[in-house]
Design a protein. Structure first.
Ligand code: HEM
Length: 510
């Protein structure tokens, strides 16, 4: 090698080092605090990947560094904030400059053609899909879906009835089956019988369980992508991922989410063929298909498939986890459970026509209760983030295109100024009677890209709780030191929620 080539390589290396150094000065140049970097190439990711809970780690850093601080994902800067004015700017006022989430390796590999309303990385695609799908989740459509949810909840109650009185069991397992049953029936109109399938024979249940048991974003290639996504090496990871997919001929070795996506196609195709000869069914897939038909050429069959998949993924674990936390709070706060029971004694006389109205307008204390549970235990805080797509200024900070903004939801939800005067660590449903800052409550995110399935989830949670509390008294497995062990992969989930149930003696049960 000639001396000139050596000098050129040295200059190139120096330039790369200087560029990386400049990157790491991003927050220093803006006088924004930043925890010490554990690694030059990985940024703060080694810490975030090794802790038990990502959200708890952010909260700890907020206590140390304040309501706006910086982290690095590889060399990409990421703001972490719990300042509601800052959040409002990003999620609402300047939404057009922060319209997307971080693109995962899977999203980038499958490309825009297969993007869905959750993963859409282009504002135009997201806007079109969201506009088409929004009518699927209105109150009127929820009313139509309620009888199906009710059938599943009745099955859940039958299962509960087989639990011997006084024995301790993990209700979270039953909730997972319930929400899987609900989403399969409501989204695709299929009866998986998953609540009776205690041996886990159902392949869809297996795959969905697998998808949530292991966060594929934490396997080697997606990790490498997260570190390098902001550089040319991100493209190399995408190529490697596609190559891996091509050479994986063994179906069982396919990543569960890729497997599911491919197999959902069968359902959609079957339904497309079926509607030509059969009366349309009333489920989410049908509602989405109606939307496709009424909005010609605006949602392609591939996009429809991708959205069906996302409904399955988004609607399963979030809702079962919310139910699990609600049950834990019921067991822990017997006085509040009694108050909920009294409200049900007064208003819970459901028949075929009025159930949705009772749930949505009569059970006011139930609403406060569920809100308080979601304030203290937001199931998916990591999802609440945005990526900047245009240089801008937010609350005096100059933010560059490509930068991520992660919301520290726990710090917002436990902010005494936003949620006082009652101590924020106390479970106090009535605090939601008072008007709060519009960005202080974030379990479903905020702004135009907030959770599209919120109405559906709340209907399911409240219907299940109403049936549960009016039939049983929920007791903790032990009155001493009754705590949850919470860990976080994609969502913040308890390992288990162990309770005992006691049938209520009512006048009708004599
Ligand atoms: C208690 C249950 C649920 C919780 C806590 C929850 C939470 C969330 C959160 C935090 C987001 C991100 C919002 C943002 O970035 O601002 C989200 C988005 C989303 N959720 Fe949910 N969710 C729940 C249930 C559901 C259900 C049942 C469905 C479907 C039937 C669903 C479908 C979606 C979709 C499609 C998005 C993406 C919306 C978009 O990007 O436009 N979610 N959810």
């Amino acid at each position: 090698m000639s001396i000139i080539s050596i000098i050129l390589i040295c200059i190139l290396l120096c330039l790369v080092c200087y560029a990386v150094y400049q990157r790491f000065c991003y927050f220093k140049n803006r006088s924004i605090p930043c925890p010490p970097l554990p690694s030059i190439f990985l940024g703060h990711l080694p810490i975030l990947w090794s802790v038990k809970s990502h959200a708890e780690q952010l909260r700890q850093w907020t206590q140390q560094y304040g309501s706006v601080y910086g982290l690095f994902e590889g060399i990409r800067p990421m703001y972490v904030t719990s300042d509601v004015a800052f959040i409002e700017e990003i999620f609402v006022k300047q939404f057009h400059r922060f319209p997307i989430r971080r693109l995962t390796l899977l999203n980038r590999s499958i490309g825009h053609k297969l993007s869905n309303v959750f993963s859409a990385g282009l504002l135009s695609i997201w806007r079109r899909q969201r506009r088409i799908l929004t009518p699927t989740f209105t109150g009127a459509k929820m009313r139509r879906l309620l009888p199906t949810v009710d059938t599943c909840v009745n099955l859940f109650m039958d299962k509960l009835n087989t639990v011997p009185s006084g024995s301790i069991f993990n209700i979270y397992e039953l909730y997972k089956r319930l929400t899987m049953d609900v989403i399969c029936r409501c989204a695709f109109g299929i009866d998986t019988d998953v609540q009776n399938d205690m041996e886990n024979q159902n392949i869809y249940m297996k795959k969905v369980a697998e998808m949530f048991a292991k966060n594929h974003e934490l396997t080697l290639l997606p990790r490498m992508y997260r570190v390098t996504s902001h550089t040319v090496f991100g493209g190399i990871c995408v190529l490697l991922f596609k190559l891996k997919r091509l050479i994986t001929t063994n179906e069982s070795k396919l990543q569960a989410n890729v497997w599911l996506l491919e197999h959902m196609n069968e359902f959609v195709q079957q339904r497309f063929n079926k509607t030509e000869t059969h009366k349309p069914t009333s489920d989410l897939l049908q509602l989405m298909m109606n939307a496709v038909h009424s909005d010609k050429d605006m949602l392609t069959p591939t996009e429809l498939l991708s959205n069906v998949f996302v409904v399955l993924a988004a609607g399963f674990e979030t809702t079962s986890t919310a139910l699990a936390y609600c049950t834990y709070c019921l067991a822990l706060h017997q006085d509040i459970q009694e108050k909920l029971y009294q409200e049900l004694v007064e208003h819970w006389c459901p028949d075929e026509t009025n159930t949705y109205d009772i749930i949505s307008s009569k059970l006011t204390f139930m609403d406060l209760f569920v809100r308080e549970v979601l304030r203290m235990y937001p199931p998916v805080p990591q999802v609440v983030h945005r990526q900047c797509t245009e240089n801008t200024h937010v609350a005096g900070h100059d933010i560059r295109k490509g930068t991520l903004i992660q919301i520290d939801v726990l710090s917002v939800h436990y902010d005494q100024e936003l949620w006082g005067p009652e101590p924020v660590n106390e479970f106090h449903p009535e605090r939601h009677l008072q008007k709060r800052h519009p960005l202080a409550f974030l379990p479903f995110g905020a702004g135009p890209r907030t959770c599209i399935g919120m109405r559906f989830a709340l209907m399911e949670v409240k219907l299940c709780l109403a049936q549960l509390i009016s039939t049983y008294r929920i007791l903790p497995s032990s009155f001493e030191d009754y705590k949850l062990n919470i860990t976080e992969q994609l969502s913040m989930t308890p390992d288990s929620v162990c309770i005992k149930v006691e049938k209520r003696i009512t006048s009708s049960s004599h």
